[in-house]
Design a protein around this ligand. Structure first.
Ligand code: AMP
Length: 218
């Protein structure tokens, strides 16, 4: 199964996606994580996309699609994956549909929309810190879910970092970009009869509800 996590930045796609990934034994693919790694490694791709990300803009479709398609050909995702942060435009959704129809037609595709009001998102994102250990990637909120020791991950002991684009000005830009594309994107999945929308107030409850929906769709 391919589970497509839709929703604005800060709605919990990463947190919920990681829980589902462990529970369902499906690889979690975050395009944002892939891009940040390329930027840290200063690769050609990293240099090409850095400015878009720092300014809260979308990386061009052709670059994103090429990156994701290459990732989806790897062995660990032959039975499906959790896609977090992709697709973000109808062009990306269409490309994904065509790619999977060709390469893995028997796996179901289901989109989950996480819907959270913008003012709540801004509060969440400016307080968000993430574990710097790529294998862990735990996400904390300094206000509502702080680490036990400041700056240190509870799970693996690595340093916690704040993302460069997690400041109020960039978040507002990212939300604007999200709302510009989201209506058509959600419509795309609604028309494909593969959309489940939820307003996640409480993490455990949201995960339970999503899992029940996925079980019904199996
Ligand atoms: P995220 O970690 O999902 O919030 O993504 C961080 C940033 O990476 C976004 O603000 C975009 O600049 C870029 N990005 C990630 N995924 C995509 C995508 N599917 N399409 C275009 N840009 C993306």
């Amino acid at each position: 199964m391919y589970i497509i996590m839709l929703g604005a930045p800060g709605t919990g796609k990463g947190t919920i996606g990681k829980i589902l990934s462990e529970d369902m034994k499906l690889t979690h693919i975050s395009t944002g994580d892939i891009f940040r790694e390329q930027i840290n490694k200063k690769t050609e791709l990293g240099k090409k996309i850095e400015n878009y990300i720092e300014n809260g803009l979308l990386v061009p479709d052709d670059v994103v699609i090429e990156t994701v398609e290459a990732r989806l050909l790897e062995d660990d995702v032959k039975n499906g994956a959790i896609l977090d942060g992709f697709p973000r435009t109808v062009a990306q959704a269409q490309a994904l549909k065509e790619f999977l129809s060709e390469n893995n037609p028997n796996q179901k595709r289901i989109a989950i929309e996480l819907n959270v009001p913008d003012d709540e998102i801004i509060k969440r994102i400016v307080n968000r810190v993430t574990c710097s250990n790529k294998e862990c990637g735990a996400i904390y909120n300094l206000d509502t879910r702080p680490p036990k020791v400041a700056g240190i991950c509870d799970i693996c002991g690595s340093e916690l970092r704040k993302r460069k684009d997690d400041n109020e000005e960039t978040v507002r830009k990212r939300l604007e970009v999200y709302h510009l594309n989201s209506k058509d994107l959600l419509e795309f999945y609604k028309n494909n009869n593969a959309l489940y929308s939820i307003c996640p107030k409480q993490l455990e409850e949201a995960v339970k509800s999503i899992k029940e929906y996925l079980n019904r769709r199996k």
